[in-house]
Structures are given as structure tokens and as C-alpha cells.
Design a protein around this ligand. Structure first.
Ligand SMILES: [Zn+2]
Length: 281
């Protein structure tokens, strides 16, 4: 892994070729929907690394891993690749996935799960081999929680409290509860507060299509502030954008606008992720 220029880390980006709504969000945010476009946004915000969450819409496990790996390589290590799997596809598929993950080049920095978008929740026993793999590989598991951007997603699978049970069962695995579980932010904060192995990210909290966008930013910043205070430990909070759903400038601005000490904001914007992922610098 090459040492990257920026100090910050974006823990949650989707510069994938397998995106249904990515181009629409990019157009609304007036950004270029390409890995190169994202790198330019990262440069202007002092972001060295971006965790590229493996697309769930790739036609195969191999295609998804090829997407994240090629983009990681062409970025000279600034995009960090992850894997994903759909547990409803059965045991053989999960087995195949863990084998591919073990020999992926470059090595994966984590696994992303998409409950809600797919009909399963994190307590599903079919996921046990995934958690076991993450424990052995010593990499975190990112878990989509909260609202689905796809109206066909199912909200019963995405309540943050479901992750509590898994976090207790798998103390050797670190979890990233994505999107602060929005709108169940208090519930998410409790799960992060209670479990030393659960972190949360600030990604996807801003909807560029919302009416009165500036008022929405203020509302989310207040909710984020309360969540950080409820968690009580700034080291558990990780900056993420969910790019291209948010531009990098808007996602960083959400955190920068918090009335917290500079040191705390620097932790959220990169220091915590560097520790979690053992990145240089
Ligand atoms: Zn996302």
C-alpha cells in the first residue's frame, strides 16, 4: 500500500460501474461519476484513502471483486477494496465468496453486507461463516442499517438493534453500523455505546433531492451531534460520504460544521479510520 497524500479517510464510497442510481445522484450533486472524479474531490478535501464498498449489483462475485480491485490498483492503493455476498444465495455461494476473499489481490480491508436491500438481517445464521472469515482476516464488517434508497428494500431487516446480538456473539469482529442507522439514530447510538466492537459512520445522511436542503443539513448535523454525545466516545465515529449520494464537500461539511474541538473532528474525519484499518500515517 502506498502512502497517500491526504490525512483524512472516507470510510464509505461507491465508485462502481454497477450502479443503478449513481449517475442520477452525481448529476444532482454536480460531480463527475468516475473513480478519477472522486479522487479529485478527495484531493481537494485532504482525503488520502476511500473504502470502496463492493457493489451488490455486480453480475457475479468475481465481477464485483474485479471492479473494486481494478479501481484500487489504478488508484495506486488509495481506494481500499472490500467484498460482499448475498447469504440468501445459499451455503455454497458463501463458501465460494470466502475462498475468493482469501486470495483477492489487493487484500480486502473488509466485508460489506446489504440487509434490507436483500431479504436477510444480520442475525441470519447463514452469515456465521462470513463473520468467522472476518475474525480470521482481522477486518471489519460494514453493515447497511437504516433507510434503503431503493423503495423495494425492506425496513424490517435494517433496525440497528439487530446488530447488538451479532456484536455480542462475535466480539472478535469489528462492525461498522452504516449511516448511523438513520432514521433510527438513537437506537444505533445505543448499540455503538454498548458494544466496544461496533463503530458507526456518518455516510448517506444527506439527500441531495430533499426539499429545503440547507435546513436538512442543519437537522442532520444536530442529530449527528446528539448521537456522538450519546455514544460518548468520539473514537467510535467514522466519517463517510456514501459518494455519489453525497458529494465529498457536502459530506465533509456535515462533520466540519459540528461545534466540537478540532482534535475530535480530525479523529472523525480520518484518525479513527486509520486506527481501525491500520493505515500508515
Ligand atoms: Zn453506501
Amino acid at each position: 500500500m502506498t502512502e497517500a497524500v491526504g490525512h483524512r479517510v472516507d470510510i464509505h464510497v461507491h465508485p462502481t460501474r454497477y450502479s443503478r442510481h449513481g449517475p442520477t445522484f452525481a448529476e444532482k450533486n454536480r460531480i463527475e461519476f468516475s473513480p478519477q472524479g472522486l479522487l479529485r474531490e478527495m484531493d481537494s478535501a485532504d482525503i488520502g484513502y476511500g473504502v470502496f464498498l463492493c457493489p451488490r449489483l455486480a453480475p457475479s462475485l468475481e465481477a464485483g471483486l474485479a471492479d473494486v480491485s481494478e479501481v484500487a490498483r489504478s488508484s495506486h492503493g488509495r481506494f481500499l477494496p472490500t467484498g460482499t455476498v448475498d447469504p440468501t444465495q445459499g451455503e455454497a455461494q458463501i463458501d465460494h465468496a470466502t475462498q475468493l476473499w482469501s486470495r483477492n489481490d489487493p487484500p480486502l480491508v473488509g466485508i460489506k453486507l446489504y440487509p434490507g436491500y436483500l431479504p436477510f438481517d444480520v442475525t441470519d445464521v447463514r452469515l456465521e461463516p462470513v463473520y468467522a472469515w472476518a475474525e480470521r482476516a482481522r477486518v471489519p464488517v460494514w453493515v447497511h442499517q437504516g433507510d434503503t434508497s431503493d423503495p423495494d428494500g425492506l425496513l424490517r431487516y435494517v433496525r440497528p438493534i439487530l446488530l447488538d446480538e451479532v456484536a455480542v456473539r462475535w466480539r472478535g469482529v469489528r462492525f461498522v453500523l452504516c449511516h448511523l442507522g438513520n432514521p433510527w439514530i438513537e437506537e444505533a447510538a445505543e448499540v455503538v455505546y454498548k458494544n466496544e466492537n461496533v463503530y458507526t459512520d456518518t455516510s448517506g445522511l444527506l439527500n441531495p433531492f430533499a426539499e429545503r436542503y440547507e435546513a436538512q443539513v442543519q437537522r442532520m448535523r444536530t442529530r449527528l451531534r446528539h448521537a456522538v454525545l450519546a455514544v460518548g466516545d468520539v473514537r467510535k465515529i467514522l466519517y463517510g460520504s456514501d459518494w455519489p449520494i453525497s458529494s465529498i464537500a457536502d459530506a465533509v461539511g456535515l462533520v466540519e460544521g459540528l461545534d466540537f474541538p478540532r482534535e475530535d473532528k480530525d479523529r472523525i474525519l480520518g484518525g479513527n479510520a486509520r486506527e481501525l484499518l491500520r493505515l500508515p500515517g
